[in-house]
Design a protein around this ligand. Sequence first.
Ligand code: ES4
Ligand code: ZN
Length: 338
Amino acid sequence: DHLPIFLRELPKCEHHLHIEGTLSPELLFSLASKNSIPLPADDPAFASPTTLKARYENFASLDDFLHYYFIGFKVLTNASDFEALTYDYIQHAAAQNVKHAEIFFDPQAHTERGITYDTLISGLKAAKTRATTAFTDMSIEFIPCLVRHLPVPTAHTMLEEIVSAGHFHDGTVIGFGMSSTEKDMHPSLFSPVYKAAQEAGIENLTAHYGEEGPASYMEAAIEQLSVVRVDHGRRVTEDPSLVARLAESKLMLTLCPVSNVVLRGVSRIEDLPIRELLDKGVRFSINSDDPAYFGADILENYEAVQMAFNLTIPEWEGIALGSIEGSWCNETRKQELR
Ligand code: ES4
Ligand code: ZN
């Protein structure tokens, strides 16, 4: 069976990767020490990188994971910390034949603890500049993510800062997304922010929905937020009419199979609707989400899907092509990727 080699060599696009989710327990401890950041003394998981890693294997839910994910933010202080984190991800992605990566970052969750947007973005840009010379056939883009657990006005402040820096127009960032907790976070709460983003000329809009929340949230995000992509979206098959609508519009879902199992949305990869999405013609890509927390990079996500669904080479080629078409790069770059 040569599929393992095929999957490794298959050119990939990654659309759903949180840069803060690539922070390993080892790096978390070493940055905490370097930057003199205290770790929670009341949680035995923070005894050592080993105990922390063991705790990551027992997440109970999205919110349980997010608690640890946002603690990890605290050790990221300097532009060089963000640069190192980002460059390390790019190296690992390049080694797995990722040719185009769209990387999420959460500006609000950094500015609220006193790290400026400038610090953050200069670290990300420095990593991209280094990568452009080291990995000449790879494109790297950034997408700021609104975080739903923080007050809505802080999302407006964040958006305005990025708009006034000109970063949506000069290509520093290529779109706008939204993540964090989903329960009781109906899209309508954020429609003013998305409206402001549209008025600023941003068309590449996405949001995390259908991870824990229902298909009705996905539909509301499409209608009320004008998203042209949905991150996760695994619950779409609860609504056959929405499945038909996505098949027609080619709106892409950025699935994260291992993430959904680790955060207990599904008990096994086999329970994801991959077969149905393929059969109905819904476009999706396969992504790692937060690889340091879920223990799987993009290739391991591809392999997990293959183990569960035993897809054919033409089916994989269809997934790879769909993920190129759904990418937020220009036609010239898409042609290079095809
Ligand atoms: C996330 Cl898995 C997931 N879901 C929602 N928000 C997130 N932020 C980082 N990872
Ligand atoms: Zn995510």
